[in-house]
Design a protein around this ligand. Structure first.
Ligand code: GRG
Length: 297
């Protein structure tokens, strides 16, 4: 199956699982309908579902079928969607457009957007702790630990804090890399590691995958910076040109467009190299690295 078809198949499966999980969340008498509606608005219909794709494909490397990786994939996407909802708030990036539609605080209101983000963050752990995610509680605990680390103060939330400060502080390459690794890289890294955890990969296999994931995480952010600098809102589905307007330090502002493109190419090659121990079994993950370095949205 071609990469695009495989991505589409996983997108549909993840959409189905999220619809089910978020349907259940909103169906009880205790769940306010407006909050459930905002959570579904933030999560369903849209997005590349790249992180769930990584969970499913990394797990598949160890023979785990798609259906057994779907809860974990859905949990990661809930965290990702929460981060987008909060990132778009007036107190952060103040964006009106996300995935080609009004952002959650525009479609609902600010308080509902904050609560929808909070509830998506917490439901991710509710999902991971369910026996349906994995029958072995040790595996579930490892997933909970990994996702909490990747999302919290030493991962995505910490990276967001540093990123907000980067609008005022001059950054060098190391500083920018650190922000990228935490803000965007940590969740991408966990997505791949989650597949390895589900597949009970060996320590050496996990380490090789970690190198791959760290590299595509960096590449993903460089591609995002290039899209912000060069893309149009119609294609990207969100406002562009924001980094330059905010005077934010990014790789593009530091080394320029052409060197950033070169950097992206090099990261793509490095990611593919890291997959060597898996041979042809990792063909689809190699294509994922290509997808990241050539993405247009
Ligand atoms: C608010 C705690 C908190 C964190 C926010 C992820 C994030 C941190 C902010 C999003 C802003 C941003 C543009 C980050 C750069 C890379 C990125 C995460 C892009 C959006 O992810 P995609 O391209 O989006 O996977 P889709 O819509 O395809 O899911």
């Amino acid at each position: 199956m071609l990469f695009a078809e495989r991505l589409k198949a996983h997108q549909n499966a993840v959409e189905g699982r999220l619809t089910k999980l978020l349907g259940e969340a909103g169906s009880g008498p205790a769940a306010p309908g407006r909050l459930a509606e905002a959570m579904r608005y933030a999560t369903l219909s849209g997005g590349k579902r790249f992180r769930p794709f990584l969970v499913i494909e990394a797990a598949a490397l160890f023979g785990v079928p798609q259906r057994q990786a779907l809860n974990t994939a859905a949990a990661v996407e809930c965290i990702h969607c929460y981060s987008l909802v909060h990132d778009d708030l007036p107190a952060m990036d103040d964006d009106d457009l996300r995935r080609g539609r009004p952002t959650v605080h525009k479609a609902f209101d600010e308080a509902t957007a904050i609560l929808a983000g909070d509830a998506l963050l917490t439901i991710a752990f509710e999902i991971l702790s369910q026996p349906a995610t994995h029958p072995n509680p040790e595996i579930r605990a490892e997933l909970v630990f990994g996702l909490a680390r990747a999302s919290g103060w030493r991962g995505m939330a910490g990276g967001q804090m540093l990123d907000l400060a980067a609008e005022r502080v001059l950054q060098d390459m190391d500083g920018i890399r650190k922000i990228q690794a935490m803000k965007t890289g940590a969740l991408i890294e966990f997505s791949v590691d989650a597949g390895a955890i589900l597949g009970r990969a060996s320590a050496a296999e996990r380490e090789a995958l970690r190198t791959y994931a760290r590299t595509i995480g960096l590449a993903f952010q460089v591609a995002d910076d290039l899209l912000d600098a060069e893309g149009s809102p119609e294609h990207v589905g969100k406002a562009t040109g924001k980094d330059a307007r905010a005077g934010k330090a990014t790789l593009v502002s530091l080394i320029g467009l052409s060197q950033a493109r070169e950097n992206l190419r090099a990261l793509g090659n490095e990611a593919i190299d890291a997959l060597k121990p898996f041979g042809s079994r990792a063909a689809i993950l190699k294509e994922a690295a290509h997808f990241v370095t050539h993405r247009r949205s």
